[in-house]
Write a protein that binds this ligand. Structure first.
Ligand code: AMP
Ligand code: MG
Length: 548
């Protein structure tokens, strides 16, 4: 029996796929729709979860075993995963058989055994959210939202001013990588805390000319033994060992000859070979200021200072929603008109610079259904809501309205930048939301100048800013009335930052993203940029935290 299986996050719509066996033979079909009730309670949607390979393997095994008893020609199974609103198809099963009765028998047994044999779980039933009026769609932009696109600078300034730092939390130092320090950390004592040796050798008095010494003791790194040294005395010390008293120097072991308990200095050296108490930091001096992003070196410093639970930015709770019926998962083969969802992966990567917890959910491309799915998604707990797709002004672009229904005040809905003009920014208390254009390059651009700005502000860290560089090569381009944020590579030559623009043709491009590590700012109405020209650039994810 020929078997075709598809597990998909996309809606299963009528005519989505040809009947099994090209419609040859007796075709029997079953379509399972999500009903508006679960365990006697009204629901708005069901969420299905599966490990696709495992589920597909089990479906195939089940069909193979059923085919031994019900000789059929072909079977096709499509199961939807993710949130499926009430009234939409969750499963389709089509069987082509020589006789209709065979098909019906296989189909009935398959449906019987599906639940027990195949690991596709109903993760949760989503409750019906409180009713909110659906607008009649007559006005796309309420008067409060500027109809004109904001300039890039104005949009960045607006985000910066509307986002406030979330309250800091104390976390164990080991869990603070990438978090932003939210307190001033001062040195609790002198560092080093005591005079200590920087060499393996012999501690002697600085006023002792030698060259003969009597070795009177040994001190290892952890074994401090106070002792007032006399002229002619030496103490064997290890690197890091605390000096037995003040006013000593260390003669390197390589510079003496030892005979029994006596040493004879053969080489004279100026260096004292001692780190003096407080030479690096004195008690009470500032070690780190608030706003520092904690990377390895800063974490080592906090560990040294005994700051085991610093006050830092909280993990951001990010909810990311994709909208677009044309989207299929990366492991699926797109049909005509379909594309693989790349933005979910793009965003996962981009968010790495900011400690966060991420929930990614596919929304149906229907305002009512998306609203129901979203409102039941515990989205209310997210600090940041990101919606990919549907940000523009097409018939199916309802992101702005969706955010308004969630209670966000929309601050702007367009930015005069190329690519990435359709960008929606909304605020609700300390929470922020962005409606990002679905095109991957536009998505990437908007993340860097807008989303990264918001995340930096919410964490209390330093914000993205344009830096000065020079064109590495000539960039030929026609003048356009919008500023362009051009994907580019950063090179460093003779201490200068050189910008090498990457080729791109459309905001739907993805190829350049694999290489880009900065965004070159090309002013509006400017044509070709000559090699060596002074320009500005914004660091991209690979540089996050290093340049801003
Ligand atoms: P939209 O912003 O919804 O108008 O989408 C613009 C373009 O971006 C369309 O060609 C979409 O297919 C594409 N697109 C939308 N969402 C995604 C996504 N998650 N991954 C890749 N492409 C997308
Ligand atoms: Mg769309």
């Amino acid at each position: 029996m020929k078997i075709e299986i598809e597990l998909t996050h996309s809606p299963i719509v009528p005519g989505f796929a040809p009947a099994p066996n090209g419609g040859q033979g007796a075709v029997v079909e079953f379509s399972g729709v999500v009903r508006g009730e679960e365990h006697g309670k009204p629901i708005s949607a069901l969420e299905y979860e599966a490990y696709p390979e495992m589920a597909e393997h089990q479906i195939r095994r089940l069909l193979d075993s059923l085919a031994l008893r019900h000789t059929c020609l072909a079977a096709r199974v499509v199961h939807r995963l993710g949130i499926v609103p009430v009234g939409q198809l969750a499963i389709y099963l089509g069987v082509a058989a020589r006789h209709r009765a065979e098909g019906i028998a296989l189909l009935a047994e398959f449906m019987d055994r599906l639940k027990q044999d195949v690991p596709i779980w109903k993760r949760r039933a989503l409750a019906i959210p409180p009713l909110m009026p659906l607008s009649d769609g007559s006005s796309k932009a309420p008067a409060t939202i500027p109809r004109k696109a904001l300039s890039l600078d104005a949009a960045m300034a607006e985000i910066q001013s509307r986002c406030v730092a979330l309250p800091g939390v104390r976390r164990p130092l080991a869990d603070c990588v990438g978090h932003v320090l939210r307190e001033n950390v001062i040195a609790p004592g002198d560092w080093p805390a005591f005079d200590c040796s920087t060499r393996d050798g012999y501690a002697v008095r600085v006023d002792d000319p030698g060259p003969e010494y009597q070795v009177v003791d040994t001190i290892h790194a952890a074994g401090w033994k106070p002792r007032q040294l006399q002229l002619g005395e030496a103490v064997r010390v290890a690197t890091g060992a605390a000096m037995p008293c003040r006013g000593l120097r260390v003669v390197m072991q390589e510079h003496v000859e030892r005979r029994g308990d006596r040493v004879h200095r053969v080489t004279m050296e100026e260096a004292r070979n001692i780190r003096l108490q407080g030479e690096e930091k004195k008690a009470g001096e500032t070690l780190l200021a608030p706003g520092t992003r904690l990377r390895s070196g800063a974490l080592a410093l906090l560990a040294t200072a005994g700051c085991a639970r610093p006050l830092v930015s909280p993990r951001l709770r990010v909810a990311h929603f994709t909208i677009g019926d044309e989207l299929v998962a990366p492991d699926q083969t797109p049909g005509p008109g379909q594309v693989r969802d790349s933005n979910s992966m793009l965003l996962r990567g981009l968010l790495q610079g900011f400690p966060h917890d991420l929930e990614q959910v596919r929304l149906p491309e229907d305002l009512g259904a998306a609203w129901i799915a979203l409102a039941s998604c515990e989205v209310g707990r997210a600090d940041v809501i990101l919606i990919s797709g549907g940000a523009s002004v097409g018939d199916k672009d309802f992101t702005r309205e969706l955010l308004e229904r969630l209670g966000f005040e929309i601050s702007f809905a367009q930015v005069n930048v190329r690519p990435g003009k359709p960008l929606i920014f909304g605020v609700q208390g300390s929470r922020v939301a962005f409606g990002l254009p679905g095109n991957p390059l536009a998505h990437w651009v908007c993340f860097h100048f807008a989303v990264a700005m918001a995340l930096a502000r919410l964490t209390g860290g330093s914000v993205p800013r344009f830096l000065p560089g020079r064109m590495a090569v000539r960039l030929e381009d026609a003048p356009v009335p919008r500023e362009t944020l051009w994907p580019a590579r950063l090179e460093i030559s003779d201490g200068a930052w050189l910008i090498r623009p990457l080729p791109w043709a459309s905001s739907g491009d993805v190829t350049c993203l694999a290489e880009a590590d900065v965004l070159l700012r090309k002013p509006a109405n400017t044509g070709t940029l000559e090699a060596g020209l002074a320009v500005e650039f914004l660091p991209a994810e690979a540089r996050l935290g290093r340049l801003f």
